[in-house]
Design a protein around this ligand. Structure first.
Ligand SMILES: O=C(O)CCC(=O)C(=O)O
Ligand SMILES: [Fe+2]
Length: 367
């Protein structure tokens, strides 16, 4: 090795040391440093066990005014005719049990609700998030994503100036990946709460679609056929991706696969929704390979191009978003990489019931 090379290497080492110190300082000063993603490769969790889910929205059905929780709102805007409501002037943190039940019912009906100016909620911290989430169901612990130290119940999304890889755009022509969260679980999530602790100055919006609406667009005989079908949802690729080291490198629970109906019925509203997503659905049970692939690709294509059934959330500091994971799908938009700004999100993810087939008596095979 030449002297110049040695000097270059030494100066690179020094500058990376300086960078690291700067980085650490930045993280120490960051107001939500205690909620940064933490990956402990020795952390392991047992398989999830089945449990009985009582949906909080069902309690609000009997309420004389199930929209009472919005009565003091400064502004309520329907984001689109079928999907999404934006609310200003209601403090989520102030909602009592009854108000939270009404909220769950309204999120089930609208698919998505966006609450602005919730700084109090966001700053209330992890114990408060736990108390909030447990009202709606047993909290899901994600098998692979980063979580705050000592709080495996919160799923984090995180990028900042030091994020070294941008596989979303390096490996694909789009960053859009429509999905319904962890649909490979036996009891996937229902009412989900998500907020950004750090919002980039532009970009990083989130896309949503109504899977009740995408289903309704299809013809009656076609829907009748879909109701007879079920599909395998798999967590295997997500775990393999994590093991590849590109996303934390942690697999805390061995991946699972489960079979769910293609058309599920919401336990409270009775509404039917399409329940397939490109990220986790793998094959339709009982169909030949080509039939399954063609049908799934048709459905994914329909979901992704139905802009008339979608809503796009633009984040502001203090925004808290809730969606019903049973009747909607969503996708992150990763368009802010070049800005080198921080985007830090936290998800509270209560599990719900095992998906109920829209076709009564549909037999779901176990794997
Ligand atoms: O980062 C986003 O906008 C969405 C992330 C996401 O899909 C999730 O947390 O479930
Ligand atoms: Fe998601």
């Amino acid at each position: 090795m030449s002297t110049t090379e040695t000097i270059n290497q030494a100066s690179e080492a020094v500058s990376s040391l300086t960078l690291k110190t700067g980085e650490q300082k930045d993280q120490e000063e960051y107001r939500y440093a205690h909620l940064l993603p933490h990956f402990d490769p020795s952390e392991k969790f047992p398989a999830l066990t089945p449990f009985e889910h009582v949906d909080p929205g069902s309690r609000a059905l009997k309420h004389a005014d199930p929209l009472a929780f919005l009565k003091n709102a400064a502004r309520v805007v329907q984001l689109t005719p079928r999907l999404g409501t934006e609310v200003r002037g209601v403090s989520l943190l102030s909602l009592d049990g009854d108000g939270r039940d009404q909220l769950a019912l309204e999120v089930a009906r609208r698919g998505l609700m966006v609450f602005r100016d919730q700084h109090e909620f966001i700053d209330a911290g992890p114990e408060s998030y736990l108390e909030w989430g447990r009202h709606f169901g047993r909290l899901h612990v994600h098998p692979t994503s980063g979580h705050p130290k000592n709080h495996p119940e919160f799923h984090l999304v995180y990028k900042d100036a030091n994020s070294t890889f941008n596989f979303e755009v390096d490996e694909s022509i789009t960053t859009t990946v429509w999905h319904s969260d962890v649909s490979y679980e036996l009891q996937p999530p229902g009412l989900t709460t998500f907020f950004l602790l750090s919002v980039p100055s532009t970009g990083g919006d989130t896309l949503f679609t109504s899977q009740a609406s995408t289903l309704r667009r299809l013809s009656a005989p076609f829907v009748a056929f879909l109701r007879t079908l079920s599909a395998v949802h798999s967590g295997v690729e997500q775990a393999a991706f994590s093991r590849s080291g590109r996303r934390g490198g942690v697999v805390r629970r061995e991946p699972v696969e489960h079979v769910h109906p293609l058309v599920r019925r919401h336990p409270v509203t009775g509404e039917e929704a399409l329940y397939v997503n490109r990220q986790f659905t793998r094959r339709i049970v009982g169909l030949k390979k080509e039939e399954s692939e063609t049908l799934l690709n048709f459905l994914y294509d329909h979901v992704s191009k139905a802009g008339d059934l979608q809503a796009r959330v633009k984040w502001e500091p203090g925004t808290v978003v809730l969606w019903d994971n049973r009747v909607t799908a969503h996708s992150a938009i990763v368009d802010y990489g070049e800005l080198k700004e921080r985007r830090h999100g936290l998800r509270i993810t209560p599990q719900a019931e095992r998906p109920i087939p829209a076709l009564e008596g549909l037999e779901l095979p176990t794997l």
